[in-house]
Design a protein. Structure first.
Ligand code: SAM
Length: 380
């Protein structure tokens, strides 16, 4: 492992275009005393609080608590030059003795680019920009856990934001936090890819033969991914699931809305997956019916919370609180293959706290109440 860790006074967070205010609001809680610096669509920088020198593990915690951060790195600022050679000289002047295990070069704003295409094209672009020659010891592309990574975030033709991070979790090994796999041609929807990214980035482990239900299953990409992991799957959706998925052994569709499924039919699922194009509070109510159904065996939840407007992300902590009330520990991330939404993966770690009539019931409904009031909160 390369132990050289140059410092930088700034943090740079890359996010989906439009989520910059969410990053800033959550950073104020994650790292009190940090101040917002330069920002543009898809990028926000923060000056570290005076005297604070966070470790890579601290930075992992900050990035995870931001939820909408694709990547976060210790930043030196921008280097500008009109040609590649000049830019590399400037880079070397900033990092005189630095050796890196991996180099990540990625654009600030993905626009219509697919995450996997950016990652696939990266070695060619990095070589063309002279990075392969400048850092011959480094891997151009996906890093290994423990690698010291040079981040070059390109912001137009003549400008890079530069810095470094220590790779650890899967998404920190991917250039720009971008999921590196394309959507295979035989999958019926992009939801296959989203679930694939969620499984990999959160380290979800299924056991063959487990039962899953998906609330909002049509056309069926996510069910297809679950079936490929050996699960028995019930897809719940009034809209029809693609015949390719419907024909896979182990799949059943219940053609109805989630709230119309009788409670007694909901108790046999170990996994609850939800991807409905409805408000997050309604999604939570539908998941709550499954995980609190009498005799429920639910041990894991993979939920997509659609955020129609980023200002609604103010409700995120209340929504995550609802998972805790059910006895689950939630982790959340805005996936690089997802839209304006947040993926929550939650595993059961404690007893349910919202049994009817008890103090726990009050806590459970409090979570929904808080989520509702967050929904009414005016835009910042
Ligand atoms: C984004 S699509 C789901 C994509 C799907 N997960 C896949 O893998 O292809 C949203 C789906 O939610 C369904 N939906 C919306 N409200 C629902 C509800 N109350 N109960 C069940 N499904 C619902 C819609 O019919 C729609 O098919």
């Amino acid at each position: 492992m390369n132990d050289f860790e140059p410092r930088g006074e700034y943090l740079l967070v890359a996010c989906q275009a439009g989520a910059e205010d969410v990053v800033a609001a959550r950073m104020a809680q994650a790292l009190p005393g940090s101040t917002r610096g330069a920002w543009r669509r898809g990028v926000v920088t923060f000056r570290l609080p005076p005297g604070v020198d966070p470790s890579p593990a601290d930075l992992d915690r900050v990035r995870d608590s931001l939820v909408v951060a694709r990547t976060l790195f210790r930043c030196y600022g921008q280097i500008r030059w009109e040609d590649d050679a000049g830019r590399l000289t400037a880079l070397r002047e900033r990092l005189p003795a630095a050796r890196f295990d991996a180099v990540h070069l990625y654009p600030r704003d993905l626009r219509a680019l697919a995450a996997a295409d950016v990652v696939a094209d990266m070695p060619r672009l990095a070589t063309a920009a002279g990075l392969a020659a400048a850092f011959p010891e480094a891997t151009l592309g996906i890093a290994r856990p423990g690698d010291l990574v040079l981040d070059c975030l390109s912001d137009g033709d003549d400008r890079w934001w530069i810095g470094w991070h220590r790779a650890q979790a899967p998404s920190t090994c991917w250039p720009g936090g971008l999921h590196p796999r394309p959507l295979p041609g035989d999958k019926v929807s992009r939801a296959w890819l989203k679930l694939d990214e969620a499984i990999e980035s959160f380290g979800v482990e299924f056991s063959a033969g487990q039962h899953a239900c998906e609330l909002g299953a049509s056309p069926g990409g996510a069910c297809q991914r679950l079936l490929e992991s050996g699960l028995e799957v019930v897809g719940i959706d009034p809209a029809l699931v693609d015949p390719v998925v419907a024909a896979i052994p182990g799949f059943t569709q219940w053609r109805m809305r989630a709230r119309d499924v009788p409670l007694r039919d909901l108790r046999g699922f170990e996994w609850v997956v939800a991807d409905m194009n409805i408000d997050p509070t309604s999604t939570l109510e539908a998941i709550g019916r499954v995980v609190t159904a009498p005799g429920s065996r639910a041990g894991g939840i993979i939920a997509t919370l659609k955020i129609p407007d980023w200002s609604r992300a103010a409700g995120l902590d209340a929504w995550l609180g609802q998972f805790r009330c059910w006895g689950f520990t939630p982790r959340a991330r805005q996936l690089s293959t997802g839209g304006r939404e947040v993926c929550v993966v939650a595993l059961r770690t404690g007893p349910r706290r919202n049994r009817p009539g008890g103090q726990a019931a009050a806590q459970g409904s409090e979570g929904v109440r808080r989520a509702r009031s967050a929904r009414r909160r005016p835009d910042r």
